[in-house]
Write a protein that binds this ligand. Structure first.
Ligand SMILES: Nc1ncnc2c1ncn2[C@@H]1O[C@H](COP(=O)(O)OP(=O)(O)OP(=O)(O)O)[C@@H](O)[C@H]1O
Length: 486
């Protein structure tokens, strides 16, 4: 077995400062990195914005050889590759947008016996290609295959959200290269999903080093706003946003602080998640009409528009303050100063909600996550799920079986319960969903609507939601025939 060359004693603190420009490790990053450097297989489950990427990037920089990073989304890959290039780290990506000449250059480097590339980002689909597997065997025979990192590992499991069938082919790595350590990273895995990932990848659960950290994001303020089909919540949101603008503008002392952060006093950066593409466009233009710089982002937009909207938003450009997006814009988006994330309708799963809300407050500062919840949306989501299940039943070939469908339904149900609950801290409800050890589960301090004012919350629910009786009559009339999600 070719094995791999071993790294000499390394000063990871020095690399953290010198290469990554960070002053200190966040809690537990050091332990995870040290364990990875010892050649162990690692499973890291930690909150959104914990800093999971550093846990494979830093070992990749200090260790010999190449780290292959399997990542499900182009935007996520490009985001990380750009950040690593800024730090002068030799990084490459091969995906559908890589020009043939660049690809040939990368592949030549990989096979040269002493490659410069430290990290190579690829899609799971690319890992299925015989041509790439042949190259991996060459790298391995040259003792240069250092580590495999599986980012957003929950995509492996059909019990999880964002399931990608091609992730299941990744069992190939352990089968073919049993001596090459694997590191899996995710923010959203229930115990069942975790077990599924470990089994599918062929990892030995007894030897695997598991780091399962809290889901808690104490700087996020979770809030549910109740609505019904009767009323458009646009006005409510606009009022809230304008009030936030006003607060900023009324604090001249903050102006210089904000400009140092490349932010403006007349804008607040945020994301609004919608379920349908048509809502993306319509809502963004309505906001623009009301003086808010907003841009749509969804899979149907041409690539140049998507790139422009993302780049403008990331650089806090005037007119690009709010992104109105479908879930095409989610996992891995890493912009520091996102001050709010709004869910315009009920998302499809609890995990999706947590991932998307997790785009807020990545600089550790207080940020708001608002969910607009209506029972009509709940019924539409349930009807959509039932229709999907029926479709899959009719088309069994290649479809996920009945049990994962049940898991999906449970996830939606848990999210509905989260929205309907007016008697518990929202941070606790999230920790509970992800199976964090408790009770007691970590509670927040004034960082959710329940903790701030439980009475007002209960009243808002009573006044804001359509009654169950009304909903059931509507259901009987077939009023909740839903459109397909985009
Ligand atoms: N030790 C550190 N000190 C300061 N900043 C850090 C440190 N580690 C990571 N970061 C920063 O934290 C941010 C979030 O990191 P990262 O994108 O790896 O999060 P993540 O855990 O993958 O989150 P998600 O699951 O939400 O994508 C990045 O901007 C990263 O540069």
């Amino acid at each position: 077995m070719p094995g791999k060359k071993t790294a000499q004693a390394v000063d990871i603190d020095f690399t953290l400062r010198k290469v990554f420009g960070k002053f200190s490790f966040r809690p537990l990053q050091r332990e995870v990195i040290t364990t990875a450097l010892q050649g162990e297989d690692v499973f890291l489950q930690a909150a959104t914005s914990f800093g999971k990427s550093l846990c494979f990037q830093l070992p990749a920089v200090v260790d010999y050889g190449i780290t292959i990073v399997v990542s499900p989304l182009l935007a996520l890959m490009n985001n990380q590759v750009a950040a690593l290039r800024r730090a002068n780290i030799e990084v490459a990506t091969i995906n559908s947008t890589t020009p043939a000449s660049a690809k040939a250059e990368i592949l030549a480097d990989l096979q040269c016996g002493h490659p410069l590339t430290r990290l190579l980002y690829v899609t799971p689909e690319y890992c299925m290609l015989d041509s790439f597997r042949r190259i991996l065997r060459i790298i391995h025979s040259q003792r240069e295959l250092s580590r495999i990192a599986i980012d957003e590992a929950h995509c492996i499991s059909e019990w999880g959200h964002d399931f990608r069938p091609s992730f299941q082919g990744l069992s190939y790595f352990k089968r073919e290269f049993p001596d090459v350590p694997v590191i899996c990273l995710t923010a959203t895995a229930t115990a069942r999903v975790r077990e599924d990932i470990i089994r599918t990848l062929g990892l030995d659960a007894r030897k695997l080093k598991l780091f399962a950290m809290t889901t808690s994001r104490p700087n996020l303020h979770y809030e549910v706003r109740f609505k019904s089909d009767e009323e458009d919540h646009y006005d409510d949101f606009l009022k809230w946003l304008k009030a936030a603008h006003k607060r900023r503008a009324s604090q001249p002392a903050r102006a210089s602080q904000l400009s140092q952060l490349n932010e403006r006093t007349d804008a607040v950066s945020g994301i609004i998640y919608v379920l349908y593409r048509r809502d993306c466009e319509a809502l963004a233009s309505q906001l623009c009409h009301d003086g808010i710089g907003a841009k749509p982002y969804h899979a149907g937009l041409p690539n140049d528009k998507k790139d422009d909207h993302l780049a403008g938003w990331v650089s806090n450009k005037v007119g690009y303050d709010v992104i109105v997006a479908t879930t095409a814009f989610g996992m891995g988006i890493d912009k520091e100063n996102v001050r709010f994330v709004v869910h315009w309708q009920l998302p499809k799963s609890f995990e999706g909600f947590y991932q998307e809300a997790g785009r807020a407050g990545r600089d550790g500062r207080a940020s708001v996550c608002i969910m607009y919840y209506g029972r009509e949306d709940r019924d539409r989501a349930a009807s959509m799920m039932a229709r999907d299940a029926a479709r899959q039943e009719n088309n069994k070939k290649g479809a996920a079986g009945g049990a994962p469908q049940v898991a999906r339904a449970k996830s939606l149900q848990a999210l509905v319960q989260y929205c309907e609950d007016v008697t518990h801290c929202r941070h606790q409800l999230i920790a509970q969903y992800f199976g964090e050890l408790g009770p007691p589960w970590p509670r927040c301090e004034w960082a959710c609507d329940y903790d701030k004012n439980p009475k007002a919350l209960a009243k808002a629910k009573e006044e804001g939601l359509a009654s169950e009786e009304w909903c059931s009559t509507q259901r009987e009339r077939g009023a909740y025939v839903a459109d397909d999600y985009d």
